[in-house]
Design a protein around this ligand. Sequence first.
Ligand SMILES: *[C@@H]1O[C@H](CO)[C@@H](O)[C@H](O)[C@H]1NC(C)=O
Ligand SMILES: *[C@@H]1O[C@H](CO)[C@@H](O)[C@H](O)[C@H]1NC(C)=O
Ligand SMILES: *[C@@H]1O[C@H](CO)[C@@H](O)[C@H](O)[C@H]1NC(C)=O
Length: 360
Amino acid sequence: HFILGVLSVLSLLHLPLKKMKTLRETLREKNLLNNFLEEQAYRLSKNDSKITIHPLRNYLDIAYVGNITIGTPPQEFRVVFDTGSANLWVPCITCTSPACYTHKTFNPQNSSSFREAGSPITIFYGSGTIQGFLGSDTVRIGNLVSLKQSFGLSQEEYGFDGAPFDGVLGLAFPCISTKGAFSEPVFAFYLSKYKPEGSVVMFGGVDHRYYKGELNWIPVSQPRHWLISMNHISMNGNIVACSHGCQAFVDTGTSLIYGPTDLVTNINKLMNARLENSEYAVLCDAVKTLPPVIFNINGIDYPLPPQAYITKDKNSCISIFQGGLENLSPDNWLLGDVFLRQYFSVFDRKNERIGLAPAV
Ligand SMILES: *[C@@H]1O[C@H](CO)[C@@H](O)[C@H](O)[C@H]1NC(C)=O
Ligand SMILES: *[C@@H]1O[C@H](CO)[C@@H](O)[C@H](O)[C@H]1NC(C)=O
Ligand SMILES: *[C@@H]1O[C@H](CO)[C@@H](O)[C@H](O)[C@H]1NC(C)=O
C-alpha cells in the first residue's frame, strides 16, 4: 500500500506495524522541535477583507492537496495544508532523492526574491523525513501573499516516494497576522467525501454554506497545538474508550483516526473486526448494522457513522481505527480526515479554539 508520510503525526491509509516505532519520535519532534516558523509565522495579507477560499483536491480520501506558489516569477507546488505540523517546505532542485524526481522542485536561481538563510533543517514525520536548508521568498496561496516567508528546501527525502504532493504547509502555528486585512484571524477546512473536487481551505473567515447548524467552540488545551480535550468515546450508549477523558489532535494531515492500541483494539472487536496483516477487517455488510462511534467533546456528541469509519479496500472492508499512539501518552487520540469529512472545522488562533459543525 501507498504510505503517505505527512503527519505530523501520520497520514497512512494503512500503517505497517514496523512503522509504529517512528511515531513516538514524530510526536516528540512535534512537541520539541524548534519549529522555524514559530518566530516567523505566515504574514498573509491581501487587499480586501473578504474570505479567501482555496480549492483542495481529495486524493482517494488519503490526502487533501492544494496549490501554492513560491518565488518571482512564481513556481507552483502541490502541498498538504497540515494542522498537525508547523513548517512549510518544498523539494529543492538540488535534491537527489528518488522522491524529488517525481515531484516539482524549487529552483532558487530562477527567483529574484529568493534569499538563502542557510541554516540546515531536518523535519520528521510519521513515515518520512526531510533534510535541507532554510530560505525565504514570496509565498502565495491564491490571492494571499506572504513576503519574505521562511520555508524549507529539502535536499534529501525519505518516505515521500509516490506522495500526491510536493511539500507540506504546516498550520500548527499562528499563521494569520491580525495586522493583515483579514476581519478574522481564522482558517477553516471543508473536506469532501469520496470525490476529488469540492474540498476547500478558507482563510480570514468562515463560509457558512459549508456546514449545517451552529459551530460549537472547543478551547485548545495547549497553545501552539491544535489539541482539544475529549470527554469519552461511546458506542450504543456504552463508553468504549477515553473513559476518564483524553486529549485529541485535530489533524488535517492525517488520514485516519489513531489512539492507544488497547482501546482501539477494543473498539475494533466491538465491530467484530478481525486482525489481518496488521489491519482490522470488517464484513462489508456491517455498515448496515453497526452503531455510530460517538466522540463526546465539550459535552457535545460528534457521531461517526459506520459509513465513515469503515472503508472499502478492493473487495474487503477495513476499520479506520488504528493503534500505536500510546507511545506518546496513554491519553492521546488523533482525529484525522475521517473525522473532519463529517465535521467542518474552524481553527481560531486568536481565541485559541476550534469550531466544529456537521459538514454539508
Ligand atoms: C487586489 O489586487 C489585485 C491584483 O493584485 C487586483 O486585481 C484587484 O483589483 C485588487 N482588489 C482591490 C479591492 O483592490
Ligand atoms: C493545481 O494546479 C494545476 C495546474 O497547475 C491544476 O491542474 C490543478 O487543478 C490545481 N489544483 C487545485 C486543487 O486547484
Ligand atoms: C531556471 O534556471 C535554469 C538555470 O538555473 C535555467 O536553465 C532555466 O531555463 C530556468 N527556467 C525558467 C523557467 O526560467
